[in-house]
Design a protein around this ligand. Structure first.
Ligand code: SAM
Length: 241
């Protein structure tokens, strides 16, 4: 998959390209991450990308022209890509939406700064707005990197069988559920022991214990998710647990 990040701070993309699973995806050619800097498409001496808002008020607004040219360059390098503007006003990013975006051929992610971008650019150039939560950050780069990470780990071949995304919260059998607790060696640490069932070697008991934990955790921490799961219909086993 090819992703193009349009940002005033393209160096921030290193958080994805230089570390962990996403770095491996880049090295293995499963993810190509390009950057385009709108500042490179300005024509004045100061390379101005922002201006004061019409109507007054605090803060600055990103100008249309440099962004439009930056997006044209991004489209040229990433033909057919969906253009996503990261914005707190967007549709919330979920695991299901990340999976849909992972199935697209390419993405162009526009990171805003200041008070955001001139609305005319959104009207003419943007396919969709995506938010990473109901809070406001100072720029769209971290949200874009969050989206890239969430999408990349769902690309075929990125995760090995051991850390398969299908076993994570919100995914596969855990759709609308949180993951169960995990433990590793030592068996006992400061008087706290690993649940006996996990040492039993009884795969069926372990599966049922994990499902019960997942249901219990979701009920305690995210009752809204459990309601969604109930609305889709609990299995007989889930109702019993
Ligand atoms: N004035 C804007 C508003 O209230 O909707 C917020 C602007 S914010 C300070 C600057 C940029 O950060 C935005 O243009 C957007 O790209 C990004 N941003 C901030 N919070 C975000 C969030 N929760 N999800 C996605 N992007 C966000």
């Amino acid at each position: 998959m090819r992703i193009t990040l349009v940002s005033l701070f393209p160096e921030m993309a290193r958080a994805v390209t230089d570390f962990g699973v996403t770095r491996r995806a880049v090295e293995n050619g499963l993810l190509t991450l390009d950057t385009v800097n709108p500042r490179d498409f300005t024509e004045d001496r100061h390379r101005t990308v922002d201006d004061r808002p019409f109507g007054g008020g605090p803060g600055m607004v990103m100008k249309v022209a440099p962004l439009e040219k930056a997006l044209a360059a991004a489209r040229q390098g990433n033909p057919g890509a969906r253009v996503v503007y990261l914005s707190p006003q967007g549709r919330p990013l979920t695991q299901a939406r990340a999976a849909q975006l992972a199935a697209t051929p390419g993405l162009i992610l526009l990171a805003g700064r200041y008070e955001g971008v001139d609305e005319r650019l959104i009207e003419t150039e943007v396919d969709e707005l995506v938010s990473i939560g109901d809070y406001v950050l100072s720029g769209g780069e971290l949200p874009a990197l969050v989206l890239i990470d969430a999408v990349t780990r769902l690309l075929p071949g990125v995760l090995g069988h051991q850390d398969s995304a299908a076993q994570d919260s919100f995914s596969g059998e855990l759709e609308d559920l949180l993951d169960c607790p995990h433990y590793t060696r030592p068996e006992t640490y400061r008087d706290r022991s690993v649940p006996e069932v996990l040492l039993s070697g009884d795969h069926e008991r372990i599966r049922r214990w994990r499902l019960k934990q997942a249901l219990g955790r979701t009920w305690r921490c995210r009752p809204d998710l459990l309601e969604a799961r109930k609305a889709r219909g609990l299995s007989q086993e889930e109702s019993e647990l």
